[in-house]
Every structure is written in structure tokens, then in C-alpha cells.
Design a protein around this ligand. Sequence first.
Ligand code: ADP
Ligand code: MG
Length: 226
Amino acid sequence: MSKPEHVLYLKEVSRSFQQGSTEISVLKGVELSISRGEVLGLVGPSGSGKSTLLQIAGILERPNSGKVIIGGISCWDENDNVRAELRQRNLGFVFQYHHLLSEFSALENVMLPQMAAGKSKQEASKRAEQLLSEVGLGGRLSHLPGELSGGEQQRVAICRGLANEPKLLLADEPTGNLDERTAFEISGMLRALASKTGVALVIATHNSGLTEEMDRVVRVQDGFLV
Ligand code: ADP
Ligand code: MG
């Protein structure tokens, strides 16, 4: 059941893909609720449906059946505008590859989503600088993504994901492209940010070493969460 303390509730979510004449059933009735500030690890082998689940949780992709409830609102019963607003107010994303805009500085990359949400340039810049300083990049504000290391790029991407103060940050293999030591650093940083700001995290990973310190770990297996 959806409760007020849930930042996200997935109710009997199913998703399949048509592949030629066969239908591949990826999610077969997934139930998942995430509480405020919770850090959830999402594990499962490649191809098990982790990314599909995150896309659905992020209201980027529509399930074939079931409900996606954010802040008590059933997202797919609303129109595109309401969904866009729900996304902007509640959700942040971090991907395996940073997807930063290469022509813009670290600071600007963290400013842009805030300006899209209606903040002034000055406000956006102030928050971006604060976030980047918190993750140790106060000295890299005007660097372009290409001038940063992989770990630094991913820290900028995390700041961008947090820029509009989401209630839930969805991270799809955020350390998948990093060496092991950097992966641990980034993963520890995510947890620290969660406990400091109260943002809930869902982190898809197939690195079982990273899930040890998470509040809860669920596995995607044969279309269900176990
Ligand atoms: P994971 O992130 O755990 O590696 P995915 O969610 O990316 O898994 O994929 C789960 C399954 O769904 C895979 O078999 C994949 O081929 C299939 N799939 C994902 N997206 C699509 C799509 N847009 N069209 C067809 N099949 C897809
Ligand atoms: Mg994936």
C-alpha cells in the first residue's frame, strides 16, 4: 500500500518487450516501496531488468500494467505536464556514463537543471557551487567535463542529480565505469549525501561489494524482486 512516508511505490508493475514475434517479459508484477532517506541497492545480473525498473521508477518509461505512485499520485493517471512536474520535483538521475554536457563547465552542468526548474542564474550558481564544494570539487568549478577524471565527472553528475533537491535519486550503475577504489569512494559519497540531506537512493549495481553498507538490497530475479 502507498503510505505518506513512501517517496515511491511501485504496485504490481509489469513490463515486457516485443522482440520480433516473441514477447520478453522483463518485470512480472514488481512491488516496491521506498521510504524517505532510504538507501536501496538493486542487484541482479546484466539483462535482469534493473535499468528497466529504474526507467519506470523515474516515470521515463511506462509499465504495461501496474502503478507508479509518487507522493501519493498515480503518475500514469495524470497528463504529461503533471508527470513532468512530478519528475522535476521529486526525482534525480545518475547514469553509468556521466552524460554531462561537454561544452559546459562543471558549475554550469549543475546549474542547468535548476534554471530549467525556474531558479535564477544567481541562485542556481550558488547552489551548484555549494554542492560541488561538498563533494570536493570546489576547485574545479570552471573545468569542462573533458578536463576531469572519471570519478570527478561522476561527482559532478551526482551534484546535477541532486541540484533540484529531489526526494529520490535513481542511480543506474553509477560506478560501473570506474576503478574499484573510485567506485567505493563514489558509493560512500552517495550514502553520506543521503544521510545528510534525507534524499532516498536507489542504486543499481552488479558490484556486490558496494551493497554491504546499504539499508536494504533487493534482487531482480526472473521478473520479480526477491
Ligand atoms: P539490466 O539493466 O539489468 O542489465 P535491462 O533492464 O537493461 O537489464 O534489460 C532487461 C531485458 O529487457 C533485456 O533482456 C533487454 O534486452 C530487454 N530490453 C530492455 N529494453 C528494451 C527495449 N527498449 N526493447 C527491447 N528489449 C529491451
Ligand atoms: Mg542496466
